[in-house]
Design a protein. Structure first.
Length: 712
């Protein structure tokens, strides 16, 4: 059950505000305001009032209801505008979000007064702002030292951490026992969520340190893989991992929290009546000793130049992490400097968040069109009002399938505002409506195939056109896939070729490629003798491709390149694969139930069987390579389960796999407790992190790896 929020206006942490009814004038305040035309002061004040009201409304939905009305990106633009206006005016309205941390508390939770306040973070959006932050730090240190020359502060050094995007947690331990857990709330008082936090397996219920009371801070998160799994079967999919974590923790029913399988990273000891730390390193060591889950990406730097470098590398690794981050946090390591620099109303002066480019925004869903894929699957493609996201202009988004449209409550969403998210390079996905209750136009599902007019069938969440023999987009993509590099590798063959063969020669299935003659090809538009001969020769050559490539070329649903290789390696024979049972298939590594079912039903289809027989009779070999020489058993790699990740420069991934297998290693795709060794090339991401977390040996030096392969 979700708690009802209070209905009154959101309020800030009174403890940190100076006066509710007067304008607050910061110490050094340039009074002139530079705003376009008219009476500048009035315009600026009005705009400030407007922004304060709007931002407070957004904050209420974000912090208190865990249901944002706008993306962080859109919020931040308005927030920055307000900061600029306030700086120019030299005033801050008493209700300004720039003066306060977090939002209103939810009723139903026991309030917890933090033993030390929890802060927000200053932010830098680019390198210049980061340098400004550092200059300010340096200046404050110089000022301090000029007044305290007998005991000056040391040169600052820096720690860089990831900025996790979840919900702040504050855990209270007394005499080694977890006695309270709370949200950040307004920074002074949070909501007690002990029962909810106890469902997080990585939160220790007791710790070795038992000397009085401490408060430890971290971030409650939902791993992206967990979110994906949850959403696969959830009646109501969750829009993003941040809101999923926040909504689960601020839910009165801890069972709901437990279902979300949250995790947490800890990064700060906020209060302690016993221990003191000289620097961040000591504090992190304390957290580790007390078995708190600490993120492995923490780096320390003596110079500020290094900080910039490491920020760039974090940006590159972002997509490979299994949790959301919205930036990195740079902190001064030395605790004396931290104390000397102190805090503003809202954040510490000794830390700054470097914000990354947003991956989420909102836009209007304009229309939906339907595309026919290789297997006859019909996928909806959404056209949205064009919007900038992570440096590109987005106009198209995916909606996956009709089942997804229903589950995401998008059936009546045409013309409404929706959240969209970009991950990696795929086209952005529509996550859901901004305002669930608000309906727009209906997305009509097609009853007939948009390409061939055949009546569609719904199977599970998808619509299908079953007119395999006569539906052009299916035929063209089936043949194009068949001829592609990783499949039969027919040189010079392109989608255009497939289209021409379909349109001009009525080619309907891959098998017919092997019946084409010179006379057929020479008739084609823009085909000369040379081109026709080249294509014939390339088709002829493709007959010799091995079994794994042939299986991949067939385009079995849910079956990728690595699976077809597993099949070929295990069975070594096409007819054995065609008659394999689900049980036999699922006993193989990396083949699950869905894949096994797909394979069995694919080969049970008489149409597919006929096509395969025809190809074999026309000379396609589809043979497994000669059985490899007996595996080596005395190499460093023999008998080991190895995972390759990241980019290797001297060896391709396939070559490295082959050589490892020849030395008797088993190469698998994912890191688990069963993994013996991880080979990490450049830009290795989450697999490397996981290996380190599990304490699995890692080889990060490619030369060392090659040396071992060579038996040196
Ligand atoms: N979409 C909306 O409507 C809306 C409304 C309000 C705020 N926001 C978003 O909230 C953010 C600003 O508010 P904020 O004060 O909650 O957060 P913040 O960005 O100022 O950061 C402070 C928080 O960062 C977290 N954090 C993660 N990793 C950390 C680390 N390694 N060290 C220290 N802290 C770490 C902590 O939980 C801490 O409370 C902005 O990104 C803003 O866009 C969005
Ligand atoms: Zn069709």
């Amino acid at each position: 059950m979700k708690v009802e929020p209070e209905t009154e206006e959101p309020t800030g942490p009174r403890e940190f505000r100076k006066s509710k009814d007067s304008l607050i004038t910061p110490a050094a305040s340039p009074v002139s305001i530079h705003i376009k035309e008219g009476c500048p002061r009035m315009d600026a004040m009005q705009r400030m009032e407007q922004l304060v009201e709007q931002l407070n409304q957004y904050s209420y939905h974000y912090y208190t209801l865990d249901q944002p009305l706008v993306s962080d990106k859109e919020y931040d633009v308005l927030y920055d505008e307000l900061v600029a206006l306030e700086a120019a005016a030299g005033v801050q309205l008493p209700d300004s979000p720039t003066l306060r941390v977090g939002g209103e508390l939810l009723q139903g939770f026991k309030p917890h007064r933090h033993l030390a306040p929890l802060w927000s973070l200053d932010k830098a959006q680019n390198e210049e702002q980061l340098i400004n932050w550092n200059n300010r730090v340096q200046r404050l240190i110089t000022d301090y030292n000029s007044k305290n020359s007998d005991n000056p502060l040391p040169e600052p050094t820096y720690v860089v951490e990831l900025k996790f995007d979840g919900l702040t947690l504050n855990l209270t331990y007394t005499d080694g026992k977890l006695v309270q857990a709370s949200t950040r709330g307004n920074g002074a008082v949070g909501e007690g969520i002990l029962a909810q936090v106890k469902t997080i397996k990585s939160v220790p219920l007791t710790i070795p340190y038992s000397d009085g009371t401490i408060e430890v801070q971290g971030e409650g998160i939902m791993n992206l893989s967990v979110l994906a799994k949850y959403n696969e079967i959830a009646a109501e999919p969750l829009k993003n991992a941040r809101n999923a974590a926040a909504g689960a923790l601020r839910n009165l029913n801890p069972r709901t929290t437990a279902e979300r399988k949250l995790s947490a990273f800890f990064y700060n000891v906020g209060y302690s009546d016993g221990v003191q730390f000289g620097n961040h390193q000591e504090m992190m060591a304390f957290l580790k000793e007390n078995r708190f889950k600490v993120n492995p990406y923490v780096t320390y730097h003596d110079s500020f130049d290094k900080v910039m470098e490491v920020l760039h590398s974090i940006v590159e690794q972002r997509a490979s992490l299994d949790y959301l981050i919205d930036g990195a946090v740079i902190k001064i390591t030395d605790m004396r400097i931290r104390e000397a620099l102190g805090y503003t109303d809202k954040f510490p002066r000794w830390a700054v968040a470097f914000k990354f480019e947003a991956e989420e925004t909102t836009t209007i869903l304009e229309s939906v069109s339907w595309n026919v894929g290789r297997t006859g699957k019909i996928t909806p493609l959404a056209k949205v009002e064009s919007v900038e996201l992570a440096g590109v202009t987005v106009q198209n988004c995916t909606l996956n399938n009709v089942g997804d449209i229903e589950r995401k409550n998008l059936k009546f969403a045409l013309g409404t505002r929706v959240f969209i998210r970009r991950s990696n390079d795929v086209i952005p996905e529509i996550l859901g409506k901004v305002t669930e209750e608000q309906d727009g136009g209906e997305i009509l599902y097609p009853e007939n195939c948009p390409a061939c007019g055949f009546p569609l069938e719904q199977r599970g969440a998808h619509l299908f056109c079953n007119n395999r023999l006569d539906c052009k987009p299916q035929i063209v993509s089936r043949i194009t896939h068949f001829a592609s590099r990783d499949a039969m590798d027919i040189e010079t063959f392109s989608e255009k070729t497939a289209e021409q063969l379909h349109d001009e020669l009525n080619v309907r299935e891959p098998a017919e490629l092997y019946t084409l003659s010179f006379e057929d090809l020479i008739k084609l538009d823009r085909f000369g003798e040379k081109k026709a001969n080249n294509l014939l020769q390339a088709i002829q050559q493709s007959k010799g491709r091995d079994l794994a490539s042939f299986l991949f070329a067939l385009g079995i649903p849910n079956t990728g390149k690595s699976t077809t290789k597993v099949l070929a390696d295990h069975f070594c024979d096409l007819s054995a694969i065609m008659s394999a049972t689900v049980e036999e298939l699922t006993s193989l590594p990396d083949i699950g139930g869905i894949v096994a079912e797909s394979i069995v039903s694919f080969f049970a289809d008489p149409f597919m069987q006929a096509g395969i027989q025809k190809m074999l009779s026309l000379g396609v070999e589809a043979k497994a390579p000669e059985a490899a020489a007996a595996p080596v058993t005395d190499s460093f790699f023999s008998g080991k389960t190895v995972v390759l990740t990241g980019t290797l420069h001297q060896l391709g991934r396939d070559e490295a796999t082959e050589r490892l297998e020849a030395l008797g290693a088993k190469v698998t795709g994912s890191v688990s407790k069963k993994t013996d060794l991880v080979i990490a090339g450049e830009k290795a991401g989450s697999k490397l992190t996981k290996a380190k977390e599990l304490g699995i040996p890692v080889i990060e030096d490619e030369d060392e790896f090659i040396g071992l392969l060579d038996g040196k």
